[in-house]
Unconditional design. Structure first.
Length: 296
């Protein structure tokens, strides 16, 4: 990919992103710099808001551009190109957090209580802009989610599963589909307690979910023998409460920050994106286990 002068690039500024992409795919690869110039600041700010490091945010941005260029022929145009590349950057930043251990377990998160938002430090304008970009990217990810996040919980992945399949353990250290379904509900219930109340998480609210939150050996012993309707009923009850509480709140609540993991400030966009991200991850595990439970 060749770099061309700003004067030449300025000739193409009137083109839409999609038109630029089309010309790049036709062989005018130097025009990729047009796209990079348009979204450098936006992607950098969003990446920095996630990884909290300027140098790593630069790396995230560059890696997102490399991936987007490498797979440009896979861009279908169903969403805007800016949305597509932002999603790539968002996923790259989250992957780096996992590698650094910043996506900590629920056990670790339970040690941090949610404090009064009035005690949280004010953000400088640049950092606030980064938070807004992060919130925008979360919105983009939420738009991709199926109706399960906005309506009654119905899992295509588990429809028709027998009790034996729900209890199936692929190996002595794996989780069952039933345990994963209850874990999904437990994570959401924990975040309800952490974000909807004014006093943070209370033991009385989270204790009933302890086994499902932790998974592991105890969940393999205790979470079994239940029908699919049992799990779906619990999931529906939890999701209904989430939607009911969301309906009471406005966008200002989504922007509110409180000390969270590692005592670092995080807003409610970020917290609830983690709930969705956790569920998506376990849905993949459920699909994998279902294929291997056939004939059980």
């Amino acid at each position: 990919m060749h770099v061309v002068s700003g004067a030449v690039l300025n000739q193409w500024t009137a083109l839409s992103d999609e038109e630029v992409v089309a010309r790049i795919l036709e062989g005018q690869t130097a025009l990729y710099e047009v796209l990079m110039r348009r979204y450098n600041e936006r992607i950098y700010r969003a990446a920095r808001a996630i990884v909290r490091d300027e140098s790593e945010a630069e790396d995230v941005m560059q890696q997102a551009y490399v991936q987007a260029f490498t797979h440009l022929d896979q861009f279908q145009g169903a969403a805007r190109w800016s949305t597509w590349v932002c999603r790539i950057a968002f996923n790259e930043a989250l992957a780096r957090l996992r590698q650094r251990g910043r996506f900590v377990s629920i056990d670790a998160a339970k040690e941090d209580t949610v404090e009064d938002t009035s005690k949280a430090p004010l953000l400088d304008p640049e950092r606030a802009a980064g938070r807004r970009e992060l919130a925008h990217l979360v919105e983009l990810e939420l738009e991709r989610l199926p109706d399960i996040y906005r309506a009654v919980v119905m899992f295509r992945e588990v429809e028709g599963l027998s009790v034996e399949q729900l209890d199936y353990l692929h190996d002595p250290h794996s989780n069952s589909i039933g345990a994963l379904l209850l874990h999904i509900a437990a994570v959401e219930a924990w975040y309800q307690a952490a974000t909807f109340g004014s006093r943070g998480t209370a033991a009385s609210e989270t204790e009933p979910w302890e086994v499902a939150l932790d998974l592991g050996e105890r969940s393999r012993r205790e979470i079994k023998g239940n029908s699919l309707d049992y799990y779906l009923r619990i999931l529906k009850e939890v999701r209904s409460k989430t939607l009911e509480e969301f309906a009471k709140r406005n966008d200002q609540w989504l922007d509110e920050e409180t000390p969270f993991w590692d005592r670092q400030p995080a807003n409610n966009y970020f917290k609830w994106f983690h709930v969705f991200e956790d569920e998506i991850n376990h849905r993949g595990q459920i699909r994998w286990l279902r294929k291997r439970s056939v004939g059980v």
